[in-house]
Ligand binder design. Structure first.
Ligand SMILES: [Zn+2]
Length: 162
């Protein structure tokens, strides 16, 4: 049942298939205010990866700046685990609008009977661009570095001026 559903669902971003349902979250924390949002829909493997990286980067950039910042690693890890299912999918394609316009082949079956068969024609879907992996983006390191500098500064202040 699930298998059939997965096979027929199309990516809600690029229209390609196969696609699976996935949920990706992002979080922004500014002092006392915070915003947590998510998108749950069908994604092909490329758009799923792109959305994971896009939302996780936003969270890594703007999620640290308040007390709720402790949740940043959880949001990113959840996105990371939610992208895994789509990694088993084939690369997405959409039905070729030119299919059925002469791209047929004649196949001879075991009994020697020739049959005309249409080639199932698919073209690559226009997906989102996944871009660089998270560990190659500067945003990933800003929060931890600033926090580490703050902690070191507090420790230094504790032992020099107090
Ligand atoms: Zn897609």
């Amino acid at each position: 049942m699930t298998e059939t559903k997965t096979a027929t669902a199309a990516c809600q971003v690029c229209g390609g298939s196969p696609a699976v349902k996935a949920k990706f979250r992002w979080m922004i924390v500014m002092l006392v205010g915070m915003r947590l949002a998510w998108e749950e829909q069908y994604f092909c493997r490329v758009c799923a990866l792109a959305r994971h990286r896009q939302f996780s980067e936003l969270t890594l950039k703007l999620g640290w700046w308040g007390v709720q910042g402790f949740a940043v690693p959880f949001v990113v890890l959840l996105n990371h685990s939610n992208v895994q299912q789509s990694r088993n999918l084939d690369y997405p394609t959409v039905p070729d609008p030119c299919a059925g316009t002469g791209r047929s082949v004649i196949a001879v079956d075991g009994g020697g009977v020739a049959r005309v068969r249409e080639l199932p024609s698919r073209i690559p879907a226009r997906t989102l661009d996944p871009g660089r992996p998270l560990h190659q983006r500067w945003a990933t390191y800003v929060g931890p570095i600033v926090l580490a500098v703050l902690v070191v500064a507090l420790i230094v202040a504790r032992f020099t001026w107090l």
